[in-house]
Design a protein around this ligand. Sequence first.
Ligand code: NAP
Length: 337
Amino acid sequence: MSDRIENVVIVGSGPAGYTAALYTSRANLEPLVVEGFMWGGLLQTTTDVENYPGFPEGIMGPELMQKLRDQAERFGTRFLTDEATELRLADEPGGIHEVVVGGETIKARTVVLSMGAEHKKLGVPGEEELANQGVSYCATCDAAFFRDRVILVVGGGDSAFEEAIFLSKFGSKVVLVHRRDEFRASKIMVDRARAAENLELKTPFVVEELHHGEGPYERVATLRNTVTGETEELAFGGAFIAIGHEPQSAVVRGQIDVDDEGYVKVQGRSTRTNKPGVFAAGDLVDHTYRQAITAAGSGCQAALDAEWYLRDTPEVPTPESIPHGDLAEAQWAATRS
Ligand code: NAP
């Protein structure tokens, strides 16, 4: 185990994590980002982002994430492209937190949690069996496999519509199935979908089951009309499930307060969690707005909260926590003056 005590360890790397890294690196806190294997979060799997301010022509999700990462790196952010498998969070103000990555323990005075959210599963028979064999959660990743085939999209939010519109450029036909007649998606997305010739909006239907069809690349969905109760079969090549997200809070559950849906709870308008020196931002916290720009904004808040905490909270001095290096020595001296 290294003796170094980090000022800030950021766990997660979407817009929230990289913005927290940008701000804390510009504050000379030398943040370390544990960015996961799929760095960049869910935006890595999206196409055009047209509502992130500053990009009037729009920008592709992966390109935006690369830019945010580069910007944080420019000011000295360090990255570990690995997962945090365990967090041991101190209870007392000034306590040292531990983040386990690849079997190594990293010590930190503050931790910013920004693990984001993952795609929700339908939970119907056949979904797991057909995953990566016709069932996908990422149109940008898998659309090309289903060129000129019938493509099923499930969901009624912006994600489902974004995927369906994108997929309509690949599939012979796209059928978007949604359980209600009203859509949660923004009007502009619904209008665009309605304008696409090969895109059908099929409501109010739920998917009851997914299974293999006759041929090797044919799959079948059993759909049930939620009003009449009648069922019908729909043959398709690929299905894309886009029914929302689940917060990735498992690694801190039991230590950090979460709500009924697993979103990390923060205090008031701050990013402070129930543990001193531990802050949370982005989709891990937010089930209301969930936009790239709001996640980035909350990453900025988390960075400022961490910076102020470091400024105002003396480190609990333990022989083990005596840090090394010029910056760490200066901090150590400050706690004793
Ligand atoms: P969402 O807005 O929560 O929509 C999820 C959709 O899936 C809802 O229509 C919901 O139906 C349906 N659903 C949920 N569970 C289901 C189940 N078990 N079976 C069948 N249907 C189910 O999620 P999202 O579309 O992923 O969007 C998340 C956030 O990201 C939103 O704030 C959205 O605006 C944002 N986003 C923005 C863009 C963009 O602006 N370009 C793109 C993507 C996402 P009900 O409506 O009946 O609940």
